[in-house]
Design a protein around this ligand. Structure first.
Ligand code: NAD
Ligand code: UDP
Length: 308
């Protein structure tokens, strides 16, 4: 026997608040790669107050250093597997290690972050009537049997593999989002993010773009795994952040695939990573790789050679 409640009627106060866009916004995982770029963008709006909750597992204060001390900004060291009591209008729930090296490091912690962390943030959304956006992943499609994957595809996921803490964790997180939506009327948004790249990616996170840029900057050979013709789509982080903000403030609950539709082979990516180190950018991927090169050079302390 279950009791189902009707969705709450939005209060006039909350309604007007939303359209005046005087918002207090929580970003979990805001000290990470995508989260810190999202914070930069949200802080551009003078009507927004931004609170970041992060346990600094893969993120760092450095990514947010320009906002520390700002009157509209707060940074809380907090693990989302613990309840959080704050008063906010919107929640961008990003907290979760995203690259295999980090999420496999402590798989039990990863699945707790996905399941208990999302449950806690939904509990918060329910208590304060906030809208909540989950950054899910293309990994929910698992080893897909359909190409390309549309949102209607249910995926093909191994429940007991070493990646399952992440893939299945995100699937449960999506389930929780929809159950809170149907049962408690919570306003939800789900983005299924595809590969994203840009400055502030973890240098040693083992993903292909950070590997190639770090190798190119260090003057090492690029480790293109065979056959090299495998393709991925790469979305520059600023585009991803724009997509997340549009999704949050639009009317579509999702899930929606967010990524760059253009596919590149690993050999093309390697070519671009080599070429950007000295030539003017010509295409979008090159633009992004250049920006990333600058950031990686700074953090790896490898200055650019001046042309003779
Ligand atoms: P990231 O590792 O740079 O950022 C994740 C942030 O979450 C870090 O700051 C980390 O310290 C924090 N965090 C982890 N566990 C936490 C916990 N228990 N409590 C509080 N904070 C915690 O990763 P990212 O690339 O910025 O990814 C952000 C989100 O986007 C993640 O949810 C990820 O699953 C999703 N995503 C990213 C990609 C991508 O290509 N980068 C692809 C698909 C999905
Ligand atoms: N637990 C338990 N008995 C034990 C060890 C753990 O009942 O001897 C419980 C623990 O309280 C927690 C769950 O099992 O609710 C998972 O424990 P684990 O050590 O895996 O995670 P952690 O406690 O580190 O969060």
């Amino acid at each position: 026997h279950t009791t189902s409640r009707p969705p709450p009627t939005p209060s006039p106060l909350r309604f007007s608040k939303f359209f005046q866009a005087n918002l207090r916004i929580l970003v979990t995982g805001g000290a990470g790669f995508i989260g810190s770029h999202l914070v930069d963008k949200l802080m551009e709006n003078e009507k927004h107050e931004v609170i970041v909750a992060d346990n600094f597992f893969t993120g760092s204060k450095d990514n947010l250093k320009k906002w520390i001390g700002h009157p509209r900004f707060e940074l809380i060291r907090h693990d989302v597997t613990q309840p959080l009591l704050v008063e906010v209008d919107q929640i961008y729930h990003l907290a979760c290690p995203a690259s295999p090296i980090f999420y496999k490091h402590n798989p039990v912690k990863t699945i707790k972050t996905n399941v208990i962390g999302t449950l806690n943030m939904l509990g918060l959304a329910k208590r304060v009537g906030a809208r909540i956006l989950l950054t899910s992943t293309s990994e929910v499609y698992g080893d897909p049997l359909e190409h390309p994957q549309t949102e209607a595809y249910w995926g093909n996921v191994n429940p007991i593999g070493v990646r399952s803490c992440y893939d299945e964790g995100k699937r449960v997180a999506e389930t929780l989002m929809f159950d809170y939506h149907r049962q408690h009327g919570i306003e939800i948004r789900i983005a299924r993010i595809f590969n994203t790249y840009g400055p502030r990616m973890n240098i040693d996170d083992g993903r292909v773009v950070s590997n190639f840029i770090a190798q190119a900057v260090r003057g090492e050979p690029l480790t293109v795994q065979k056959p090299g013709t495998q393709t991925r789509s790469f979305c520059y982080v600023a585009d991803m952040v724009d997509g997340l903000i549009k999704l949050m403030n639009g009317n579509n609950t999702g899930p929606i695939n967010l990524g760059n539709p253009g596919e590149f082979t690993m050999l093309e990516l390697a070519e671009n990573a080599k070429e950007v180190l000295g030539w003017e950018p010509k295409v979008v991927l090159r633009d992004g790789l250049v920006l990333m090169e600058g950031d990686f050079r700074e953090r790896l302390a490898v200055p650019k050679k001046t042309k003779a």
